[in-house]
Design a protein around this ligand. Structure first.
Ligand SMILES: [Mg+2]
Length: 199
């Protein structure tokens, strides 16, 4: 359906074990899946076996839930199961930590994509766009789905990607977008206060 000029990635979100992963191997081969993201939960003992099988077939395993901090990257480099990392600003702790992680990955020959947070607002989409522009060696840039996922956004500008997934630098200072006070007020209706209880 998509043709041969795109890579198909699948995100398993930690739900496979080895037996379930094996059942999907024919589909992975038939549809020429290029990247499998986080097939099993972090530290799942069967990740090693599945990684070995996938490496033999040329499919790349990408870590997401297993890869949040610089410490996690060190373990990933040591284990060698994952050859790509999903770096997300929201998960990795903002620009400073994400850039440190990316530098570590570069030095250790591990590729990466800049990922996003499903349903993120235009603010985080704009920040993700900047990280993509700063790190042009990312294999994939994922994000800016705003108009496709959100009924209403908190930004004045539409930060969504354009046709064919193209996304240019945003114009303007800072993150390149402004927060719409009107939309923010409408979206926070009924949520004017937050109660936090700590044990
Ligand atoms: Mg993921």
């Amino acid at each position: 359906m998509f043709g041969k000029d795109c890579d198909i990635k699948v995100d398993i979100n930690c739900v496979w074990n080895y037996a379930l992963a094996l059942k999907h191997v024919p589909l992975i081969k038939d549809y020429e899946i290029k990247v499998i993201e986080q097939p099993m939960r972090p530290s799942h003992p069967e990740t090693a076996d599945f990684a070995d099988l996938m490496h033999k077939t040329g499919v790349v395993l990408m870590a997401d839930e297993s890869a949040c901090s610089l410490e996690d990257m060190k373990k990933i480099a040591e284990d060698g199961y994952y050859k790509m990392i999903n770096v997300r600003l929201s998960k990795c702790g903002g620009f400073g930590n994400s850039l440190k992680i990316i530098e570590y990955l570069r030095c250790n020959g591990i590729s990466f994509q800049i990922g996003c947070h499903l349903g993120e607002s235009g603010i985080l989409s704009a920040a993700g766009r900047i990280l993509c522009l700063l790190c042009r060696d990312a294999v994939y840039c994922d994000g800016s789905y705003d108009e496709f996922l959100l009924e209403k956004n908190v930004t004045v500008q539409d930060v969504s990607m354009g046709p064919g997934g193209e996304a240019d630098p945003l114009k303007g200072p800072g993150l390149g977008m402004e927060v719409s006070e009107k939309n923010l007020a409408e979206l926070s209706e009924g949520f004017n206060s937050i109660t936090v209880s700590r044990p």
